[in-house]
Design a binder for this molecule. Sequence first.
Ligand code: C5P
Length: 411
Amino acid sequence: MARRILLIIGGGIAAYKSLDLIRRLRERGYGVRVVLTRAAQEFVTPLAAGALSNDRVFTDLFDLDDEREIGHIRLSRDADLLVVAPATADLLAKMATGQASDLACAVLLATDKPVLVAPAMNPRMWAHPATCRNMRQLETDGVKFIGPNKGEMAERGEAGTGRMSEPTEIADAVDRLLGGDASAMKKAGLLSGRRVVVTSGPTHEPIDPVRYIANRSSGKQGHAIAAAAAVLGAQVTLVSGPVSLPPPEGVETITVETAEDMLAAVRRALPADIAIFAAAVADWRVAAAADQKLKKTKSNSAQTLALVENPDILKTIAAAGPKRPALVIGFAAETENVVAHAQKKRKDKGADWIVANDVSPETGTFGGDRNTVHLVTARDIEGWPPQTKEEVARRLVTRAAEYLQENQIDV
Ligand code: C5P
């Protein structure tokens, strides 16, 4: 069973960020059910929250149906954790004094589960002695807090402490509270029953027994993708070139050296529903690698290495055939005209999607922890904001899972 979060959205401008929080939590494998306060509905609609959570949204205490079928007691008991985001000054005051006048308060009063609160309000309201008093009370009651952060407020010219924490910060706090690591959330299900193959890292193409041709790929992005797919319940085979990363938890990792070995290992890992090629495969190998270490020649003239082209693993696997995965995703690391090159690459290689990223040295993508990508599909191009490689991975595998669902590709 997926771990369940009951997300109570209060009525503040930060409520729009809570829609993103729903996505971020689902990407991490949590089931999310949403309660909207009356004031929250001035900022976000039940329809939007319901579409993102893929569940019914609850708004009223005195909805007879809810009281009969689910009720506020069950709503709070069904969850593993209650998250209040944004928690307004009003909501904090109601919680601190144990009120039960609306569904959000009643659920919070009836729960025996941990509660995580992300306050958001004007800095003066945050600093008011009444809010400070309420916070102390709630801390004594065992409520956990994340934020608020310092920064610009929605009101023009206002700055200070009172901004709601960012969705990923809140999701990280949820992970910490629920001991949420890959193994704890594995049964989440979006990809359960699916097989996923991922390539990662560089390849090493031998010149002689001690030298090789390689590139700067760290394997961070590919490894993060394999880990994220496993969290969503997929059976994952990661075919990795030589990297200094530990194998991700819950993933079958096969280590290879050369492009030819990588292709053979990918073929053995098929059939799969999804194949994601994040490896930076060497385009060429030495035609005939020497059996013994090459020596300097007497004349001291430089060696010439004859190169031959390596197989294109992505293109080979994306070619139509009985074992072609339903969704084939490639990467395009470019230093200029990133999107245009990626669109061409998608067609040339027969991939369904290309994740395009700018790897010019000033971006620090190669070997770095962050990545700015565009997702290029047959239909459109999406620019994603700068994110950590883990975030890119989670978003990509969630999108892949949704693609299989939308296209009714059965498990
Ligand atoms: O042609 P280019 O190397 O830019 O293509 C990048 C994409 O193709 C990546 O997804 C990479 O993993 C894949 N590729 C491959 N085999 C190769 C070269 C690239 O799978 N020999």
